[in-house]
Design a binder for this molecule. Sequence first.
Ligand SMILES: [Zn+2]
Length: 884
Amino acid sequence: MEHQDPQKIEQFKGQPRLPTFAVPKRYDLTIKTDLSACTFSGTVLIGLSVLQATRFLVLNALELVINEVSFTDSHNHRHIPCDVVVDSDDEILVLVFEQALGVGDGVLGIGFSGPLSEHMKGFYRGTYVEGGVKKNMAATQFEAVDARRCFPCWDEPALKATFKITLVDVPLELTALSNMPISLEKVDGQLKTVYFEDSPIMSTYLVAFVIGSFDHIEDTTTDGIKVRVFCPVGKSEQGKFALDVAVKALDLYRNYFSMPYPLPKLDMVAVPEFPGGAMENYGLITYRETELLHDDLHSAAANTQRLAIVVTHEVAHQWFGNLVTMEWWTHLWLNEGFATWVSYLATDKLFPEWKIWTQFLEMITGGLVMDSLEQSHPIEVEIPHARSIEELFDAIGYKKGSSVIRMLQDYIGDDVFQCSEPDFVTFLACLHQRSLASYINRFACKNAKTEDLWSVLSDESGVEVNSVMDLWTKQKGYPVISVEYKDHILEFEQSQFLSYGLNGEGQWIVPITVSLGSYDKRKNFLLETKHGRLDISEMSGSWDGSSNSNEKKNQEELDENLWVKINVGQTGFYRVKYDDKLTARLRKAIVDKRLSPSDKFGILDDAYALCEACEMSLSSLLSLMDAYRKELDYIVSSKIINICCNVAKVSIDAMPDSVDDLKQFFINLILLSSEKLGWEPTSGEGHLSSLLREEVLMALATFGHSRTREEAVKRFQTYLVDRNTSGLPVDIRKATYISVMSHTSVTNRNGFESLLMEYREADAVQEKTRILRSMASCPDPIIVLEVLNFMMSEEVRDQDVIYGLAGISLEGRETAWIWLKENWDAILKRWGAGMILHYFIRAIVTPPALNLAMKPSALVSTSGLAQTAQRRITAVDQGCCGTG
Ligand SMILES: [Zn+2]
């Protein structure tokens, strides 16, 4: 009785990957859903190739009841397993057969059943309200490893197969969607069976189906691909903007990748309950409603922009991720880094006036902040266990991943194309298009590793990129480059930048770019060791004696105007620390308006990070910020506002006596922008003005600028009386709601009550979101507590709690912390240990918690929290979080 030998099954436990003696070729999946009982049952027939004779078949399954199993070989012999072992620790299903299955093809049939998940993963239940009645719908979210919660499968990205999906017992009035078009519908009374066409080969994490109540609109691409957007009933017009973006993006990518869209149709669905932002399922992209629905009255410029970036990101995945898929989750960044990068490229093509590439700088900053934590991880990371894959969906893969791609392309482009005036986007576009098209063609319908991409890029560019890039993708962290100027020589030194100082061990090959006094004078080189020198006497023509005057005074004047900017255009993923002399010259160049917005952004961002890491004094930072007083460019102003907010937050605990002076300084710094922009859009003003107006007014309201707050409250009161007033345009609403809440307290609740009423009446999801975001900004902790309890009520959807948590006031932090501890069990029960739970930690467990003697680690022992949350909590406990 060999099969009872536990050793034999033990061999499959604790393994990161499934054994490959049998691999799937085709899934024929039938699912019957009971929306009222919140359960499902199904059968799957899996066409297999047995590659080695085996007594075991090992696949993935989780929280499923396995009913019946049989294997039919190519001789039509039926084998019934003598043992069926479900191992929930390793999330595997082991089928043990008395006799070995021979090499060859066969079909594995499995009957199974399970509950619809309550926590938005696997095959899950969502709710929506129709005609005042709350109803159930069902949708899937399989990435990364939750297809196994819906049906037994080889749940690994490299084990691609075709899928034929059939949905049984779908209520007649509901819409059923899947990756492929419907091939047949059979009606039986009030129910229908929906058959979908066979898919091309794809990974399990991209399989999807949705059963719900929707209206839709549709359009076609120039090559005849039908694109549809499914919206809540009665709101199909709100899908128009996303539909336009998707159709244009499909046309653009088809040319860009030199490869047609691989499927016959693309559907995009606004799912009423959704854990993340969107999911790129092959041919059936699912979205959180706020990321797909758009209406001119309620969508702010920031909403519109976010929507375009999310749609172009998900559509890019249809090639980058779905057609060419990472070989294993270690290479997830190939999916996310590239989709992120390409989404900016597409958005820039569709909306050039948004100057989206300068906004990409915020992406780099996000990556730099996350990667300066000691708890960071490399872009490419070993996966010890399938479940730990979820930890990888963080800023490192998306933000650092896309940033190092941008750095690499700038580096290759410069050297290969010898471009004297490098227009980054243009030559990236040409290099990228060739390289990416070649990569997509070589690996279409297959899987790829990071090395595969490097070799295509090396082939196309003639530059060996492996040795440079391995240091950036296999090693966590990044360098800060310290620069000193002495006698026409720039001296460079690299050290690893950590949020608490410059003392890490790492070393990189760094593409350094230098501009000297003008963007025409540029020098590039690779810093391959810890130290480097650059003689700039020949770059600074006036220093080499060509000037006919030797007067020392003239020379000094020239020197003062001669600014040196390292990391030109901020294309590199590193920080720069200038010596005092170079800092003073840059400061002067900023005042004289001689630097590009990207460089002005970078100087400020680096200075702030160095200040946080105690490598620069706060007074030096403030003095530098003062040089930005006349700044009106969106991306630079937005950075100033962001730094003001962060400094204000930290200073409440660190130097409470100076808070009011600091706030006044910040108000003076941004007041000019607010005066230029006013409260209402002027006719024909650009997108970036709308973005800036929203941010400037919000900052002024937050810093307590009384004129701004009073004006906002006045406009809100007018709006309460007259809903058609033009005095409350969408881009000033956030600032208005924050002002209203700043005037609210237990003794004066009117503002809060009015906003609650607004929330209940609002129909547009983005308006609801905006109100939720502002409510907890109230300075009265008792109101904050009321708001938190409101978040737990039935009036706020499970997925929307993140917005309410986002804006908790500094005065409300301690109350929120006590509330979190008291409600922990209820929170865990309602949201499960998934993505949304991390928001609770992130929003409430912030560094100042330390000053209140909070010990967030107390939560961990009882919660079984995922590793990311633990990482966050450890960071807070050790006082080394990004904002502290
Ligand atoms: Zn993505």
